[in-house]
Design a protein around this ligand. Structure first.
Ligand code: ADP
Ligand code: ZN
Length: 674
């Protein structure tokens, strides 16, 4: 008997090994296998068996270290699908799926309880509180509970409409029946409240999987799931791989969120993998969002997904009133946004904030840029300091007194004079969270203004602490990036102010309008969640843009109607399938010729197959981390055809060495195209 072993290498092949007599009985798919490999040994997974035909004298498996398969059957099949669909080596998919560190575990090690962040905290857990469901919640739950087997649901519910409550109740009978439930959230460290609610409801039957776990904690969580101690796995992307023997329900909260797509290594979408896992396990899957992705809503209208709607907020709370301020007409208080002391807020927004603050409420300001100014420019020679390894300007961070590259993380001390000509007339262009925080401190000197962004979390605080200081009312004014927009329930916030809605709209990405609509709706949803009716003020240069205008009316359907028309006209997803081939090289001319060679091959393969090959074109950000990048886009109505062309093309590129000194990577269903 011969076994096919997937090893965590860049190769898309599996390797054939002979199963020795003594291991014959034990060998099963999903089992880890220690095998001799180029002079040493490697650990892989048995993924199948074969007759072992071929010219080779196959080596023998050295050992099968576990008594039973580490990877259950459903998970093994999911890994197989991901490997095929996203063109990633199965060994790498399995390595990503299996909690890192699980391999080294000694089965007899005594377990120790870990309580990590996110476990029930006093005062925040729900205890035994049970609501009477609203009629739409009841209806949605009824349909979910009535689904026997694989049914994908799209739960479209306004912010605060009680989606989470539906998830909780849908899961309860599943775990009572002895099955596992998987709950995916976009970024677990940013959703402490949701985690607490799950822990509050299901206690120690919850396993929380997040990137902050130590290898041993991760190992422990994986075992708790594998051995059936934990019945609910809550986590970001990788929780889709939770090793339940049998899964009875999968939830993907905020299904539209771009972070479900992994952009490095195995470039898979955890949302789409969740739907596939549900299909393989024969269970329902709930995709929930206030702003569903175009793809999912399109699927719902086409009858592929069952649409469930929660149109209103619970307890009769109104949706917040949204006002737009046209910056073209009513300029910010001080037009000179480029001066360090220049303001980014217009008079009406400042006045509205004053009123709310006088009334004892909290105010949240949103800006989708961190740092102080987007870049600096010398007024004398015009020089803009750029990153040494990326073709982007450096962002000025005032507190750290640094210029930082937001693409690769490089940082240098900020210059006080122009590094090129020595001139001291430096202009600070654009504004981020730091500049806005300073402006608010000046406007409201007696109140605490805290900033929640990647930098302030790193500098101390931590997200949970910062969020808690808002939740308990200690912080009156918050300035934050996208982080603060995600699903938090902050009942004290009466007003949300958006400093500039336009940032995202000007990105060279066909999802720019969709993302803008989503972010505006999400951030607006942070206001008026308590007893005070909420209010939202959005500053923009494009108030007439449909993404902003529809968000201001909480009108998803009109937004969808506009956007889907454009996608149809331009033949973009969901009307076509895309794959992005990225060719990277250290030398720009190598990258260029490699991209030309690769695209030539794809064009040949695409002929007569209904696949379009566009490019190569330099990436919008040409150089990142020292590598020059070219994009080749493949487009087709059929994923199958796209896949054929990619597969054949990649093999030929490797065989003919068509892109020497370059790395060629494929991104199927790309999210960002920067
Ligand atoms: P969403 O997930 O859609 O943003 P949540 O499930 O977080 O909404 O609900 C918003 C708030 O309303 C939460 O504080 C939740 O506990 C509460 N809630 C949910 N359902 C009900 C209900 N049927 N009656 C009263 N309160 C509810
Ligand atoms: Zn850089």
């Amino acid at each position: 008997m011969y076994a096919e072993i997937a090893i965590g290498l860049a190769s898309r092949k599996t390797f054939t090994y002979k199963v020795p007599e003594r291991l014959m009985e034990k060998a099963r798919p999903g089992q880890r296998a220690v095998v001799p490999f180029s002079g040493g040994t490697k650990t892989g997974f048995i993924v199948g068996f074969s007759s072992g035909d071929g010219p080779f004298d196959y080596k023998e498996i050295a050992d099968l270290p576990d008594s039973s398969p580490l990877v259950p059957d459903g998970l093994l099949r999911l890994a197989g699908w991901i490997s095929e669909y996203y063109m990633a080596p199965l060994g790498m998919v399995l390595a990503a799926a299996v909690a890192p560190g699980v391999e080294e575990d000694k089965p007899s090690r005594p377990r120790k309880e870990v309580r990590e962040a996110g476990q029930p905290a006093s005062g925040m857990s729900e205890g035994g509180r049970e609501f009477v469901l609203t009629a739409p919640q009841e209806e949605a739950l009824g349909k979910i509970s009535g689904a026997g087997g694989f049914v994908p649901f799209l739960l479209h519910g306004a912010t605060g409409s009680g989606k989470t409550e539906v998830y909780l109740r849908a899961i309860k009978p599943v775990i009572e029946a002895g099955k596992g439930a998987i709950v995916l959230v976009p970024e677990i460290s940013l959703t402490p409240q949701l985690v607490r609610r799950f822990c509050g409801r299901f206690g120690d039957r919850v396993a929380v999987l997040h990137s902050g776990l130590t290898p041993s904690q991760r190992r422990q969580q994986w075992r708790r799931i594998r051995q059936g101690e934990a019945a609910v796995a809550v986590g970001a992307r990788s929780a889709v791989f939770a090793p339940f023997e049998s899964v009875g329900m999968i939830v993907v909260d905020e299904e539209h969120d771009a972070s479900y797509k992994q952009e490095e290594g195995v470039r898979y979408s955890a949302r789409d993998a969740a739907v596939m896992r549900a299909k393989l396990e024969g269970c329902p899957v709930i995709l929930g969002s206030a702003t569903p992705s175009l793809e999912s809503y399109h699927n719902a209208l086409a009858g592929k997904y069952t649409l469930l709607e929660l149109p209103d907020r619970v307890s009769g709370r109104p949706m917040p009133e949204v006002r737009l301020i046209d910056l073209k007409a009513g300029r910010p208080a001080s037009e000179l946004a480029d001066r360090p002391q220049g303001g980014q807020l217009a008079e009406p927004l400042i006045n509205a904030a004053k009123k709310r603050l006088d009334n004892g409420e909290q105010v949240l300001f949103f800006i989708n840029r961190r740092g102080y100014s987007d870049f600096i420019i010398c007024r004398d020679c015009g020089d803009v300091p750029k990153c040494g390894s990326c073709s982007v300007p450096m962002t000025f961070h005032r507190k750290a007194r640094q210029l930082k590259c937001h693409w690769c993380g490089a940082a240098h001390p900020a210059p006080s004079v122009c590094p090129k000509c020595g001139g001291d007339r430096i202009k600070y262009v654009g504004g981020g969270t730091e500049k806005l925080q300073r402006e608010l401190m000046r406007l409201f000197p007696d109140l605490s203004v805290s900033r929640i962004d990647k930098d302030s979390i790193a500098q101390g605080g931590g997200f949970v602490k910062l969020l808690d200081s808002v939740a308990c009312g200690e912080t009156r004014i918050v300035v934050g990036t996208q982080m603060v927009s995600k699903g938090h329930d902050l009942p004290g916030i009466g007003l949300v102010g958006v400093a500039l809605a336009d940032y995202g709209l000007n990105q060279p990405d066909f999802r720019a309008a969709e993302r803008t609509f989503q972010v505006m709706t999400q951030v607006a949803g942070r206001s008026g969640r308590g007893d005070i009716p909420g209010e939202v003020i959005i500053q923009t240069y494009m108030p007439e843009h449909y993404s902003i205008e529809c968000a201001s009316r909480h009108d998803y359907r009109s937004f969808y109607a506009e956007e889907i028309k454009l996608r149809r006209e331009l033949n973009l997803p969901p009307f076509s399938r895309l794959a992005l081939v990225v060719v990277r090289g250290v030398k720009p001319e190598k990258a260029q010729s490699g991209a030309a060679g690769a695209s030539e091959i794809f064009k040949n393969e695409a002929r007569g197959r209904g696949v379009e090959v566009i490019g190569p074109a330099p990436a919008p950000v040409f150089r990142v981390r020292g590598k020059y990048r070219y994009f080749i886009t493949l487009r087709s109505k059929s994923h199958g055809k796209l896949h054929e062309v990619l597969d054949a093309g990649l093999k030929l590129i490797e065989h003919k060495k068509a892109a020497p000194a370059c790395k060629v990577e494929v991104d199927v269903d790309p999210q960002g195209v920067m």
